[in-house]
Design a protein around this ligand. Sequence first.
Ligand code: TYM
Length: 329
Amino acid sequence: MDTVVSGIRPTGNLHLGNYFGAVRAFTQMQNEYNCFFFIADWHSLTTHPHPDNIIRSTNTILAEYLACGIDPEKATIYIQSDVREVVELYLYLNMNAYLGELERTTSFKEKARQQPNNVNAGLLTYPTLMAADILMHKAVKVPVGKDQEQNMEMARKFARRFNTIYGVDFFVEPQSYALGDRALKVPGLDGSGKMGKSEGNAIYLIDDAKTITKKVMRAVTDAGPTEPNSPRPEPITNLFTLMEIVSSPEVYKHFSDSYNDCSIRYGDMKKQLAEDICSFSAPIRERILELNSDEAYLRQVAKLGAEKARESASKTLEEVRQIIGFRHR
Ligand code: TYM
């Protein structure tokens, strides 16, 4: 059975981008693959979060994973920092990762711009830590959103390079995976760009109906099309993209046709979109609220997951040590 790995940083609540870009695929893949889904708490340290926030956010993501339907009986769910083997592999991979290529990654350049007073080595080597997460379990498929494509390319490069340097056929080159074979970029509704926590434009799975409706009704639009079949400016395209993801094909077609014949009323479209988001997220929200208060269960899930993940990780690591010449153990 092929192995699947993916993770999410504990930087707040899960939003629609995380769900449709990644978590929805997790819930389907767990039925067919040997899955490892984790909470990337080491990765979140690049921004120096307060310890209380890390603990809170890690529990939050754990509860939200479960609420979305990831099943600890089917998939291994763990917290990255519980599997210290990953750090050792990270070290080995860093020896074969070059400054130039790390500096050239778009996400490093972006982060360096966003936090000019904290351009730390962890930011620079973010892709090697991510590669360690993936290669640790020899994953073949990695369900991620479009924004992770460059990191995935790096992971493949590091796998290939390790094999070449040591003349082995050890690491598999992991491929990104998306439901429907198309990596998703879930847009925000503030006119441009993707939905994200740091973008401040996220609709969260935990948001109640009132909050969701308020966020959707505030979506940026324009005066409306003046000619039939006119091109859609970015904010309008984003509204349609979100509707295509969340609503039924019939609903999407109805509003798309009404845009094309200039009869669209954005207020109606937003109302429909808000309703559709609420009806999909309400049951998840309820489960999150239940699970949030069951700390004992969350701890038990994390403990079981850590054991299973460490078993897989230590097996890979033992082989890596042999390959690189640490044969004395
Ligand atoms: P993170 O925490 O930023 O995001 C988690 C997942 O959500 C997806 N995502 C989106 N997809 C579509 N549209 C959006 N607007 C959107 N926003 C977020 C991301 O693509 C991602 O799949 N580096 C990773 C965490 C990580 C990881 C790994 C992932 C660490 N190690 C190993 C996979 C395998 C990250 O920062 O994701």
